[in-house]
Design a protein around this ligand. Structure first.
Ligand SMILES: Cc1ncc(COP(=O)(O)O)c(C=O)c1O
Length: 394
């Protein structure tokens, strides 16, 4: 991977020069954040690096590996920094997300990617096999048919991949629903030459945002129990599990204590969002800084009790309720496709043109609305990085 990633990547070529020339000309200068056309997705690099370092340190200390999920950022700059900090590889949700992340010469061969959604068709298997010609790939599967699709595709491409059996640990979204299902997958993948059976994946998505912590811990440990029993059945039958992968921003600490997972797939911790802030508030897991914001501008300030800002339904994901306004500068409500409402105490504050930072309700789908992530340090824009896997949900 070489040294640190570039602060400005090739996505700069795709910017609309009419709007962005002033901020590009002022890159690195004090006050340049004030020149960003809004709404804009900004990431505080100091908070980002602190989050990356903190989780890596804690996971190292627990004797586990970290394979952060790229679904949250879809961005090579952040993945690169995670890898430099000690991550063993990355996760991608879909093969297209992985293809986009690997569309750079620098990564080929060096970075191992786990595609966490089960392979659904021969066409997807073909793309996995093509990616595996130049990258190290692990695929999650929960069906024998996926193994046949992958083996066929790999025999044509001449590559090989690792396989983990996805286990339903209570979310009921994907995964085999019995130890017997996992045994069948282990047995068949061990027979197919281009496949290496590596172990299990179990993501307790249903537990990540549970509050209070005691209930979250119970749900996480129940999920770990399912994985432990499945691993035991496999090992009893002679199939070793060198990888047991799962976990997220709400569960990693309990996962580490439970000792079933060998690696953690957390994603949101690099950014955090309002939903996680609310769910984890005051818990030991609430140790990450808010690094991601939607920068917005007051566009109308003629009402006494509130102002209108330029970030509405199109500026952030809406599944998790409203944004929070950073620095306690009011409360936010959606106010239409292009607008939001921010309350104010009186007419002397939040004049037209004032800029505010919004804490997005849910980081992953918010990031997916933007082509670019602006890297900021205080009031300086220091970089620009493409959300290269934006829309790559196939
Ligand atoms: C399979 C899988 N692993 C890991 C994660 C990352 O979880 P989080 O963003 O909560 O850290 C997700 C998020 O949805 C996921 O679907």
């Amino acid at each position: 991977l070489g040294g640190a990633p570039d602060l400005v990547d090739e996505s700069v070529e795709r910017l609309d020069r009419r709007a962005f020339a002033p901020v590009l000309d002022a890159l690195g200068q004090q006050g340049s954040v004030g020149l960003l056309p809004t709404p804009a997705l900004i990431c505080d690099v100091a908070a980002l690096d602190a989050n990356i370092g903190r989780l890596q340190t804690l996971i190292d200390a627990a004797g586990l590996s970290l394979r952060p999920h790229a679904k949250s950022h879809k961005n090579r700059y952040i993945a690169h920094r995670q890898l430099l900090a000690g991550a063993v590889g990355i996760c991608c949700a879909k093969v297209a997300e992985a293809e986009a992340m690997f569309e750079t010469r620098a990564w080929r061969g060096d970075v191992e990617v786990l595609v966490t959604s089960p392979v659904a068709s021969p066409a997807v298997a073909d793309r996995v096999a093509e990616l595996a010609r130049t990258a190290r790939v692990i695929a999650a599967v929960d069906d024998l048919g996926a193994l046949e699709d992958l083996a066929g595709a790999l025999s044509r491409s001449g590559a090989s991949i690792g396989v983990v059996c996805d286990v339903d640990v209570g979310l009921a979204r994907t995964g085999v629903t019995s130890a017997d299902g996992a045994l069948q997958i282990a047995a068949r993948s061990s027979e197919l030459a281009p496949l290496r059976f590596l172990g299990l994946q179990g993501y307790a998505g249903h537990a990540q945002h549970v509050a209070p912590r005691s209930e979250r811990a119970r749900a996480v440990s129940d999920a770990a129990g399912v994985l432990a029993a499945t691993r035991e059945a496999l090992e009893h039958a002679g199939y070793a599990c060198s990888i047991v992968t799962g976990g997220g921003t709400g569960s990693w600490m309990v996962d580490a204590a439970d000792g079933v997972l060998s690696e953690i797939q957390a994603g949101s911790y690099v950014f955090m969002d309002r939903e996680y802030r609310d769910a984890l508030a005051g818990d030991p897991e609430d140790c990450f800084a808010q690094s991601l914001f939607v920068l917005t501008t007051v566009i109308s300030a003629n009402q006494r009790d509130f102002v209108t800002v330029d970030a509405g339904l199109k500026a952030m994901a809406t599944d998790a309720g409203p944004a929070a306004v950073a620095d306690g500068a009011g409360t936010y409500a959606f106010f239409g496709d292009e607008q939001g409402l921010v309350t104010r105490s009186d007419e002397s504050v939040l004049a037209r043109g004032t800029r505010l930072r919004l804490v997005p309700p849910h980081c992953d789908p918010t990031v997916n609305l933007y082509d670019h992530l602006w890297l900021v340090d205080g009031d300086r824009v220091v970089g620009l990085s493409g959300v290269v896997a934006r829309g790559r949900s196939y």
